[in-house]
Every structure is written in C-alpha cells, then in structure tokens.
Ligand binder design. Structure first.
Ligand SMILES: [Zn+2]
Length: 144
C-alpha cells in the first residue's frame, strides 16, 4: 500500500511565474540558492540536459548526476522582446537567448544590465544565478 505522498514544492521559488511547482528535479532550486546553475548528465551515455531532466530519453533510465553549467557559452542567437508572456510584462524590454556550451545549449535571458549595443552573436557569456526583487530565483546570461 502506498504511503502518504509528500509534496515537494521547492520549484515554486523559481522565476517570475512558476510553471510547475512539482518536479523530479527540485534539487535545481537548492543549487540556485548555493549560487550554482546545474544541468543533469546521464551516467550511462553522458548526455547533458538543460533544463535538467530526471530521465534520459536515450537510455530510458533515470541514472543521472548533477553537473554545473560552468565556464562560458557562445551566444548563438538572441531576440529582444517588446511583448511578453503573461507575468513578464513588467520586465520589458528584455532579450532571450541561447548559449552553446558544446555538449549542450542553455536557453535563457540576457541580464538587463548588458547594453543591447554590446550584444553580439558569437560572444562568450556565462550563466549566473539571479535573485529577483521579490526573493525568487532564476538565472541570466552575463558578459564573460
Ligand atoms: Zn543516457
């Protein structure tokens, strides 16, 4: 007989709007609180997942380790938003972007303090933890 389910809501601390409060990768939030942005790596095939996943779609298994998104990624594309999804309107304008870390890519937002005229395709950027004014956590891209 199944025991009483414990609800783990750590993910409610992520970002402006929480898309989900219950996931299998809640340790992501604990790492953010330690100042680390983490991905998961499959122990069997080595595939790195960001956003972190609890299961490897190649191996159909859940043999995962956490690995830090460290060093720099190359900016492969970005887009400045003039309109935003519900909940993000107060942040406008901001730029979403993709960094290529070689083995994996990270999708996110360029930090608001990076001047638009300094953003160049191919530039090196790093992924850093960002604390929002309301105490919520997310991550942003900063110039390397
Ligand atoms: Zn795998």
């Amino acid at each position: 007989m199944a025991g009483k389910k414990e609800v783990d809501t750590r993910f409610s601390k992520f970002g402006t709007v929480s898309f989900t409060a219950i996931t299998k990768i809640n340790d992501f939030i604990d790492y953010l609180e330690e100042g680390k942005v983490m991905a998961t790596r499959c122990k069997d095939c080595g595939t790195v997942f960001f956003p972190p996943r609890a299961d490897c779609y190649k191996c159909l298994d859940s043999n995962m380790d956490w690995t830090e998104v460290s060093g720099t990624g190359r900016l492969v594309t970005f887009s400045k938003l003039e309109y935003a999804p519900i909940g993000f309107g107060d942040d406008l304008p901001y730029a979403i972007a993709v960094l290529d870390y070689g083995d994996y890519k990270v999708f996110g937002r360029i930090a608001g303090n990076v001047p638009e005229e300094e953003i160049r395709i191919g530039m090196d950027m790093k992924t850093v933890v960002n604390e929002l004014p309301n105490g919520q956590l997310n991550y942003v891209f900063q110039k390397a």
